[in-house]
Design a protein around this ligand. Sequence first.
Ligand SMILES: Cc1cc2nc3c(=O)[nH]c(=O)nc-3n(C[C@H](O)[C@H](O)[C@H](O)COP(=O)(O)OP(=O)(O)OC[C@H]3O[C@@H](n4cnc5c(N)ncnc54)[C@H](O)[C@@H]3O)c2cc1C
Length: 445
Amino acid sequence: MSQQVVILGAGLSGALLSVLLARKGQQVRVYEKRPDVRSGKMEEGRSINLALSYRGLAALEEAGVADQIRSIVIPMPGRMMHSPKGDLTFQPYGKEGQFINSVSRADLNRLLVEQAEASGVHLYFQHSCEAIDLKNNEARIRALDSGRLEPVKADLLIGADGAFSALRGAMQITPRFNYSQQYLEHGYKELTIPPTASGDFAMEPHALHIWPRGGYMMIALPNQDRSFTCTLFLAYEGETSFARLSSPEAVMDFFEKDFPDAVPLMPRLTEEFFENPTSDLVTIQCYPWSRYHHNLLIGDAAHAIVPFYGQGMNAAFEDCRIFYKMLDEFPHDLSSLIDHFQLRRKPDADAIAELALRNFIEMRDLVADPAFLERKKIEAELHRRFPDRWIPLYTMVTFTHMRYSEALKMGDQQNRIMRKVMKQFHSASVLKEEDYKKIVDRLKM
Ligand SMILES: Cc1cc2nc3c(=O)[nH]c(=O)nc-3n(C[C@H](O)[C@H](O)[C@H](O)COP(=O)(O)OP(=O)(O)OC[C@H]3O[C@@H](n4cnc5c(N)ncnc54)[C@H](O)[C@@H]3O)c2cc1C
């Protein structure tokens, strides 16, 4: 493997990959256009907290930082559904002991950057990649404080520079490069539920809160400072949309009608609504992820997805873990390493992109549908009785590192079976022992 590695982006995947590569004895330099995350300046337009699950933790484990990160997360073993009347229903995500974790993006990034520096990685903040000579594997980097532009050459150049990657931008104008970007009609806006006057969480902290309302929804994840970050997902245009919420009165009316239990917990609702940006949701797919076999896109640069499965960062971290593992298989053959990596990961990136889009409908709509909830109960019972044969899709994606493409295939098969089951039974309470056996026997393994 090459010696001089240059990584564009010290975000989540760039910082993690730099640690992993340094562990393999590579000389790694990382160029990041933003200020050092340790300086405390918050980024605009990024989600404040994220759901970290099994795949992400497995990668952090390889980098030796999982325990440190576990100490700064808040476990969320299920969803707390808020009905329009304010009734609460808790739905576990998996079995006892299975949970996802709310983590602050800034804290996680800070820890990874610290670990990178401690591992001997050279980090250059406020250094933006402006152009790339793909053939020569040379990035043109501008130091934003001095304005100086310098060429930086690499044996391996990694684009961990996010959904609007400079490396991918250079690849996009080369022949036979496939690329698509698909925006949702919905945007998102972050709002806050602060701690109560006595300094407590204003709602149950060990849950991901959801207010499903059909075509739109709000969610909230807990933070270490006992606040919650809420995210409103709403169409840009139309009957119920950001476009219609153009005055504080309109915002208040909308929230009082749709999220009445949240309103008393959001003292700065209307101020925040107009102060905070509305951001886009995009799926980006492309291939190949390398040109000339000496550069590689990873994370959002290769596959940006919508956030509804809570898997974008987890998938980006899984890229890093798989690449790291493959280094041992191809220690002296960069070309084969890159080829094997992209061939292996592309179907999985496409699968999680599809699952994330589908989960928007599940979260905003189905989680409040009684028939869907009955189906979930039957599936949970199938999993309890046949833990190795019937694994619910959410569990496969969130609590295992089964390939996303296999999880999608298995989930589609389960769907076909469950559609028939639900026509026959309607409710979990009428199923007998032998019915569960018959259902599981329909699975083609
Ligand atoms: C609203 C929302 C909620 C989300 N929630 C979740 C969740 O719950 N769970 C989950 O797993 N994922 C979630 N995600 C997805 C997650 O944020 C991304 O998948 C993840 O950040 C990808 O990491 P990355 O390192 O590939 O890219 P990024 O985190 O975007 O990092 C890219 C870095 O590259 C830098 N950069 C960009 N261009 C240049 C340049 N030209 N030169 C130098 N540096 C550059 C950027 O400044 C940035 O630091 C969510 C996303 C959104 C939008």
